[in-house]
Design a protein around this ligand. Structure first.
Ligand code: ZN
Length: 426
């Protein structure tokens, strides 16, 4: 578990049983079923499998469209299509619309749309994946839901990762239907849509966050314990979420459409925690604004360090309600280490109980050494984030004076260490 994943750890403890099941299963998550067909406006199309998601793509300088589904022989009402926010010049793509196992669909695209096609995706009913995912065992390297854990079919990943120094953090929404009961299935659908149908070669965001506050690894960056980063953790993987400004720009997408609906408190809390971790790791001022320079193309733009997609390009993304929350989210980003107080030790014959307080939730560890010895020993790190800390120091010698210090790190990974104190065993 990386030290910086403290807050995510807290989230991990709230994971539902799905993750455990993923680990226990002898087989992997369902293979993604997908079918892409040319669109003829108003012509009903029967699907060969239940429709979980549908996206519409076309070329041309127009936008929008309508869609309706048929369930049990009855057509539903037409719904407007909204763009998915992953802008590419002269290409329009809708966000994925949930089909709720529809059997057929009809699409309308505006005059001027060329090469229109609809892609139908099912990420829940396919055969369990064989091969690599079939082992059903994902290395437990991080509190983020890894690609292995959400069931990425790595054969769809055709974009070799490139890494650049971190400059900006950009917030998105996925413009998918709100309130998914199976967010991992939505992540798989977005992955298929962006990697294959949109032609990116991978999912376009470095991270995604669901309504319960779970954080998902997005863009492939290797199988080490640092999602979104190179093995050293200092550089970020380039993804595809802001046209022309992707290198060194980390994209975090909340699952759903926040044009008029509010995001959940849990999702915004996880976003704030992730931003705390990333600004800490990369030394980014959460309230700063500076010139972004694309290290590959030289393109520049003056933009907030924590931005919304619409700060970069004319798009609705990340939605009006989420965008309006950005100032509060920036204020919530934690850049300060915890303050340690009330450090006490209660020694016994072969052990001591050390207690202390911190002014924000933080991890717990004690390092100690017999007086006159230079080498420190340490208790194991308790990653539970608390403000009242207790640690047992054991296997001590009797009638011996020990020096000790307590160490606590907050959710964003900011460490604090107390002054050296001492106790004497009985
Ligand atoms: Zn966006």
């Amino acid at each position: 578990m990386r030290a910086v994943a403290g807050l995510l750890l807290m989230i991990a403890t709230a994971w539902p049983s799905t993750l455990g099941e993923a680990r226990d299963r002898a087989t992997g998550p369902p293979e993604t079923l997908a079918s892409e067909r040319a669109v003829t406006s108003n012509v009903p199309v029967e699907s060969e499998f239940p429709i979980d998601f549908l996206g519409v793509l076309y070329e041309g300088d127009v936008e929008g469209g309508q869609l309706r589904f048929r369930h049990d022989g009855r057509w539903g009402s037409w719904v407007e299509l909204h763009d998915d926010g992953a802008e590419v010049a002269d290409h329009w793509a809708s966000g994925l619309v949930s089909g709720s196992d529809a059997e057929a669909y009809q699409v309308r695209v505006p005059p001027g749309a060329r090469a229109a096609r609809a892609v139908v995706i099912n990420t829940t009913d396919g055969q369990p994946q064989a091969a690599s995912a079939a082992a059903g065992v994902c290395p437990d390297t991080t509190a983020v839901v890894t690609r292995c854990e959400w069931g990425a079919d790595e054969s769809l990943m055709t974009w070799t990762p490139e890494f650049r120094p971190a400059q900006k953090l950009t917030v998105h929404h996925t413009a998918t239907t709100n309130g998914s009961a199976d967010p991992a299935a939505t992540v798989r659908a977005i992955y298929r849509y962006q990697a294959v149908d949109r032609g990116f070669g991978d999912i376009g965001y470095q991270y995604l966050i669901d309504g319960s506050g779970r954080v998902y690894e997005g863009r492939y960056s290797g199988t080490d314990s640092r999602p979104g980063h190179d093995a050293g953790g200092g550089k970020v993987v380039t993804a595809a979420h802001v046209g022309g400004f992707n290198a060194g720009n980390t994209g975090i997408a909340l699952l759903g459409n926040f044009t008029s609906v509010e995001s959940t408190t849990a999702a915004r809390g996880a976003l704030t925690g992730l931003l705390s971790e990333l600004t800490t790791r990369h030394g980014i001022d959460p309230h700063g604004t500076s010139e972004y320079v694309n290290p590959d193309s030289g393109a520049t733009k003056m933009v907030a360090n924590i931005s919304g997609h619409r700060d970069w390009a004319p798009t609705e993304c990340p939605g009006g309600t989420l965008y309006a929350r950005l100032p509060t989210i920036r204020d919530g980003v934690d850049t300060v280490a915890p303050t340690i107080s009330e450090v006490t030790a209660a020694p016994r014959r072969w052990a001591a109980t050390v207690t202390w307080a911190t002014d924000e939730p933080a991890t717990s560890r004690v390092r100690y050494r017999p007086r006159g010895v230079s080498e420190w020993r340490s208790t194991s790190r308790d990653a539970t984030l608390v403000t009242s800390h207790t640690a047992e120091v054991t296997a001590l010698a009797r009638h011996t004076t020990y020096q000790y210090q307590v160490i606590s790190a907050d959710a964003a990974g900011h460490p604090a260490i107390s002054a050296i104190a001492s106790f004497t065993t009985r």
